[in-house]
Write a protein that binds this ligand. Structure first.
Ligand SMILES: [Cu+2]
Length: 205
């Protein structure tokens, strides 16, 4: 009886460990949003169910100025327009633009301005609920380590020049020039981003 009970206990322990390991694996894969096919160039090539080339993602650009004496960081951003928001940076390697999540939280050093703009950093809107349309606007909530939480209006546009936005402030932070657009579409089923160094501003983000 003792042996059976012990054996049962051990088996349950193993099952729990396996379940935890599986959960960890799934969480990690989702965080990196690794595609089913391990194409390193297709980080955001989230094909739609019918296979159309929409990325289903969007981007937010903005400028954050820290007028205080204390460094701040963006801890979290959310919007009801997308499943989640991640801070990314774009780089060009071998003529292919690619995005990677920032190493850590987005830092806004004391006395400095940080601009997220095309071909640089951006906030990635992962898995849009609906297409974001030009002329549209929506809200994004941002939580900063020092300044706290603020809701920021986001204008959907093709270019930073197309928007007029009043700066919003919270604590020592001032946020301005906030705009958003859909992430670049992909070149058909090949998964190749339509981007080249010559056309950064047009197709990359
Ligand atoms: Cu991105």
């Amino acid at each position: 009886m003792m042996t059976m009970r012990r054996g049962f206990t051990v088996s349950m322990g193993v099952l729990v460990l396996m379940a935890l390991a599986l959960a960890t694996t799934l969480t990690t894969a989702q965080h990196d949003h690794a595609p089913a096919t391990p194409d390193p160039n297709a980080d955001h090539a989230m094909a739609t169910p019918d296979g159309s080339p929409s990325t289903g993602n969007g981007v937010i650009y903005l400028t954050i100025t820290n007028d205080g004496d204390t460094d701040d960081t963006l801890l979290e951003a959310t919007t009801d327009r997308a499943e989640r928001v991640e801070a990314h940076e774009t780089s060009v390697e071998d003529d292919i633009g690619r995005m990677t999540p920032l190493d850590g939280p987005l830092a806004i050093p004391a006395g400095e301005s940080v601009t997220l703009e095309p071909a640089g950093m951006h906030l990635m809107l992962v898995n849009l609920n609906d297409d974001i349309q030009l002329g549209d606007s929506f809200e994004a909530a941002m939580t900063f380590e020092q300044a706290g939480e603020i809701v920021v209006p986001v204008a959907v546009a093709l270019d930073a020049d197309d928007i007029e936005s009043e700066p919003v402030t919270i604590g020592d932070l001032s946020i301005e020039g906030v705009w958003s657009r859909p992430a670049p579409r992909l070149d058909g089923a090949s998964g190749t981003p339509v981007a080249s160094p010559e056309s950064d501003d047009e197709h990359q983000h």
